[in-house]
Each structure stands twice: as C-alpha cells, then as structure tokens.
Design a protein around this ligand. Structure first.
Ligand code: ZN
Length: 426
C-alpha cells in the first residue's frame, strides 16, 4: 500500500470525536486491516471521570456576507466550522457574528482548527485576513448540524504472537482535514499492521484507532485491565509525514526497553533526531501513562507537531509526503522488530574464546558489512552472552544496531555457539 494515497483518500472526510466521519474513516481503514473490530459506545456511558458525549454530525455550513459573497463554506474546507457546533440559522450583525468567529493573528492566511466538544456553542473559523476584510452589515449564517444520542466509535485489531506480551500502536482519528496531525498516524498504523500481519512475531501486536483523549479513555475503560496485564510497551503515532528531524518522547518510566531501542534505531539511522523526557500535555500517552495504568508509552514524531503549520489549514496534503511517511515507517518497523527480537543468549563455549575458523562464520555474515564489524559483533556476543546481558545491553556496549546483532546471534546459534534463554524474552 502507498501511505500517501490512503492519506489523500481520508483527507477530505469531516471527522470529529464522534459521528459518521469516524465510521467512514474506519470503513476505509478496514480494507487494509480486515480484522479491524469496531465498537460503538453509547452517548451517556460513564468512562472513569468522563461521560461519552452526544454524537455530532454535520451536513453543511456557510456564512453569506451582506454583498452576497459566501465566506467560510464548509463544503470548501471543513475546518471552517467549529467542531461540535450546534445548529444555527439566521441574520447577525458583524458585531454579533464576531463573537462566533475564530481566527489566528499569528498565521493570518490560515484557517485555524478549533473545537468545542463539551460546551454548546456555534462558530466559524476563518483566516485572520478574511476576518479583517469583513464590513458592517447583516450576515446570513447557517449551520446544518445535529447533536443526538448516538455513540462514540472506537476500533482495534490484534495480531496474536507466540507470547501474550504486547506491543501496541495507537493513533487518533478525530481531526478533520489535516494531514500530518492525526492522519499520518492513522496511515502508519495501517501500514504497520500490514507489515506485522505478514511477519512471524513473538509478541502480540495491538493496533488502536480511537478519537483522541475521549476515545483513548473509552478504550482503556474497556480494555485497560488486559492491557495492564499484557503490555510490554506502546507507541503513539502522530505527525509522522512532514519534513523535519525525528522527535521521540520517552515513556513516563524513562529508561524502558522501548526508550533504549528507539534510541538505538535512531542512532543507527541517517536521520537527525532529538529525544525528550516524558512531558505533558501531548496526546494519548497521557491516558495510557496515567498512574492507574502506567503503561510504558512513547511517542515518535517526524517533525515536532509540524510546527508552525500545526492545527490549521496549512497542515494540508502538501505538508506530508510518501518519503517522510516511509522514513517514519522504517524507524517504527525497526523499533518494533528490535523489541520483538531482544532476548538473552548464553554461550555454549564459556571457557576462552572458541576457535572461530572452525565454524565457517566469516563468509556467511552478510556481504554488506565489513568483516571487522561482523567479527566485532561475534566477539561481543560470545563474551557478553552469559545469560545476564540482553541483545540490547550488548548492542549498547559495542555500539551496534540491535537488529544486525540479532541476526549475528541467530547465526551463532545455528553454529552451536549460543543458546537462546528459554522463557526469558527480556
Ligand atoms: Zn491535534
């Protein structure tokens, strides 16, 4: 699958935390994730301290200026409507209308993205330039929206592995037409699903597609207990499609295996990157890492929240590319594979180094790495595989990429030099 093509198809849909936009999005995702399980949670359901809100849907919205010009047309850009706007129809003076307009002075050409999920109001988002051009007079306003007792839609897909321990990916699908924030994570989740579905995994993989915050809270309300029991770690996917250096936000735990492996992968990639300690606010890692669950969850971003295009009409299809999505995919795939491969070995020749020439190792360690490098990996593995050091420990000691080291360990195992420690995945 080409991720950009999928993103382009999802881009025009008007999503919010509830409603048909989320369902439509999930229906498209299910073409790539056939096992996607969609669950509806009725409005009014209590999830911890939160109540599932009414479901919001919208057909059309616009403002007609006194000169007959249509401004803020929902059909042209769904960002024009304050998400969760109540319906309205009538004439308003410019002064009255101004109470319901949202614009961003710092980005005067962009339509900002604004929401009002939990307070009933109506509003329009327009560029600051457009706002400044509005003249006094009577404006005709119409928002054809509906708030009703419906449901919140969440979805997941699980790929069972050899063990119950899980690695999960979580993305959110509540943003309307923005490309990098939200949607890039959604297409990455679908692509990662496709990859790990076709791989033999030790870990179980879980893919979570939810509206941000309330969706993650509802998901944890339903699945939090089993996740607390089974989770090794999780990664929140967002802002993975725009140009920029990689930014990794560590788990709340800080020195978790995931944090170390992500650093290992980034260090051995050709990309610029920065690593941050866990901080708030951020996205759904806040819910997964809340103290009751305390799941180790990190977040990878290609560019840091696509600043300065974040939450505006400038975060459009030109802001993301297949190249950046692919780079993000490679980092995430390698990280998850390394997590899946990390284990401890024990040497079967602990008394002095084995006589390597006997084992026909040199020709079979891969043509793309220098002999010196592969010999160094072999020496580190034979020395540190004492049953205490994991592949990750050894990779850090010798400055190796963990996945390469895992390949060499398998080779040494096939030659009877190493033995994988049973029942000790970590
Ligand atoms: Zn956002």
């Amino acid at each position: 699958m080409e991720m950009y093509e999928l993103l382009k198809e999802l881009f025009p849909i008007c999503r919010s935390i509830t409603g048909e936009g989320v369902r439509k999005t999930l229906a498209i995702i299910s073409r790539y994730v056939p096992e996607l399980k969609v669950t509806e949670i009725p409005s009014g359901t209590q999830c911890f301290d939160w109540t599932i809100p009414e479901e919001w849907n919208i057909k059309s919205a616009f403002i007609r200026a006194p000169d007959g010009r249509i401004i803020a047309d929902f059909a042209k850009n769904n960002l024009h409507v304050l998400s969760y706007s109540i319906p309205v129809e009538g004439y308003f003076s410019l002064e009255e209308l101004n109470q319901h307009l949202y614009s961003d002075e710092s980005r005067p050409g962009a339509i900002p993205y604004r929401t009002s999920y939990y307070e009933r109001r109506w509003g329009f988002c327009i560029s600051h330039n457009e706002r400044l051009s509005l003249k006094a007079g009577n404006y005709y306003v119409k928002i054809d929206s509906e708030l009703k007792n419906g449901s919140l839609t969440i979805a997941d897909a699980i790929i069972p592995g050899e063990i119950r321990k899980e690695i999960f990916f979580s993305c959110y699908l509540c943003h309307p037409s923005m490309a990098d924030d939200s949607l890039s994570g959604v297409v990455l989740a679908a692509r990662l699903y496709e990859h790990f579905k076709n791989r033999k995994n030790q870990h179980t993989f879980r893919f979570i597609f939810v509206p941000e915050t309330i969706g993650a809270i509802a998901y944890l309300h339903k699945h939090g207990k089993e996740m607390k029991r089974n989770t090794n770690c999780g990664i929140v996917l967002t802002c993975l499609g725009a140009e920029g250096e990689f930014n990794y936000k560590k788990t709340r735990q800080g020195k978790h295996e995931l944090d170390r492996i992500m650093e290992n992968v980034l260090k051995h990639s050709n990309h610029k990157y920065k690593i941050y300690d866990f901080f708030l606010p951020g996205s759904d890692e806040r819910q997964y890492s809340s103290p009751g669950f305390a799941l180790p969850v990190g977040a990878l971003m290609h560019s840091y929240y696509s600043i300065p295009k974040y939450h505006s009409s400038e975060d459009n299809l030109d802001n993301v590319s297949e190249k950046c999505l692919q780079e993000s995919f490679d980092v995430l795939r390698k990280t998850a594979e390394a997590l899946d491969e990390n284990c401890k070995y024990k040497t079967l020749k602990p008394y002095c180094e084995p006589f390597l020439s006997k084992y026909d190792l040199c020709g079979s360690v891969g043509a793309n790495v220098s002999m010196q490098e592969s010999r160094k990996r072999i020496m580190y593995l034979l020395n540190f595989s004492d049953g205490y050091h994991s592949l990750l420990d050894i990779a850090e000691k010798g400055n190796f990429e963990l996945l390469n080291l895992a390949d060499t360990a398998k080779l040494l195992e096939s030659k009877g030099l190493l033995k994988k420690m049973k029942g000790d995945m970590k």
